[in-house]
Design a binder for this molecule. Structure first.
Ligand code: ZN
Ligand code: FE
Length: 254
C-alpha cells in the first residue's frame, strides 16, 4: 500500500508525495517547487528517493534541482522531453513498466498538452497520475500537440478501469465544473458532483483524487465520441476529434 500526501503549491498546483511504508521508499511527482516538499520530508523524517515528472513545464519541474541537490534523489522523466528537463537519471517511454516508490507503474505517453507528456498508472493500487492531460471535469490546454493527439491521449486514459483514482496536476475543478454544467445541465451525476465540489472548495479542501469511472460519464472531454451527448449539446461536427476541438475551444473562451 502506498500513502499519498497531497501538497498544494504555487497558485493551484498539486505535488504528490508518495510513501511506501513497507519498503521505506519515498517519491515525489511533479515538484513545481522544492520548499513545501522539503518541509513535509523534514516533519516526517523521510528521505526523498525519487523525483518523477509528467512533463517539462516549470510548474511541474521547478523543484527538481533543489530536491535532487539535497537528497541525491533519482530523477525519472519522459524521454520525449529530454531536451527540456535537465539531469534526468532514468528516462521512461510509452508502455514501460517501472517502479515508483517500489510500486509497479505503467508509463502512458499522452501527447497534446506537451509533445512528451506522460501519465503514470499503478494497476495494483488503482491509481493514475494524470499531470496536465486529464483534470477533474476537464483536460489540459493543447499547447504543443494537435487536437487529434490530445483526444487520442484521453482515449487511452478512458480504457483504464472504472475504479481508478485519478490525481491530476492542478486544482481547476471548480471552473471546469461550471463549464461542464453549462454544456450539460441535465446530467444528474454531474449535478451531484458539482454540489460536492462547491462544498469542498468552500472549505478549501482538494477535490482530488477523483473516480475515473464517474469521470467517463460527466467529463465532456471524455464524451466527444458519444453521439447522443454531442447531439444533445448541439455539435454538428463530422468527426470525434472535430467535436473534441470544438469543446476545447469553447472552454478556452468560457
Ligand atoms: Zn503543464
Ligand atoms: Fe501545469
Amino acid at each position: 500500500m502506498i500513502e499519498i500526501n497531497i501538497i498544494s503549491a504555487l497558485s493551484d498546483n498539486y505535488i504528490y508525495l508518495l510513501r511506501n511504508t513497507e519498503k521505506n521508499i519515498t517519491s515525489v511527482i511533479d515538484p513545481g517547487e522544492a520548499e513545501p516538499v522539503e518541509k513535509i520530508l523534514n516533519q516526517k523524517g523521510w528521505h526523498l528517493d525519487e523525483i518523477v515528472n509528467t512533463h517539462h513545464h516549470y510548474d511541474h519541474t521547478g523543484g527538481n534541482a533543489k530536491l535532487r541537490d539535497i537528497y541525491g534523489s533519482k530523477l525519472i522523466a519522459p524521454i520525449y522531453e529530454k531536451e527540456r528537463i535537465s539531469n534526468v537519471d532514468i528516462f521512461v517511454s510509452d508502455n514501460d513498466i517501472i517502479s515508483i516508490s517500489g510500486i509497479e507503474t505503467r508509463v502512458i505517453h499522452t501527447p497534446g498538452h506537451t509533445i512528451g507528456h506522460v501519465c503514470f498508472y499503478m494497476p495494483e493500487e488503482n491509481k493514475l497520475f494524470s499531470g496536465d492531460t486529464l483534470f477533474y471535469l476537464g483536460c489540459g490546454r493543447v499547447f504543443e500537440g494537435t487536437m487529434e493527439q490530445m483526444w487520442s491521449s484521453l482515449s487511452k486514459l478512458k480504457t483504464l478501469p472504472d475504479n481508478t483514482l485519478t490525481y491530476c496536476g492542478h486544482e481547476y475543478t471548480a471552473s471546469n465544473a461550471k463549464f461542464s454544467n453549462h454544456l450539460d445541465p441535465n446530467n444528474e451525476l454531474l449535478k451531484i458532483a458539482f454540489s460536492e465540489i462547491k462544498t469542498k472548495r468552500a472549505n478549501l479542501e482538494p477535490t482530488i483524487p477523483f473516480n475515473l469511472g464517474k469521470e467517463k460519464k460527466i467529463n465532456p472531454f471524455l464524451r466527444v465520441d458519444d453521439k447522443v451527448f454531442t447531439n444533445s449539446i448541439g455539435l454538428n461536427t463530422t468527426s470525434v476529434s472535430e467535436s473534441f476541438k470544438e469543446i476545447r475551444l469553447q472552454k478556452d473562451n468560457f
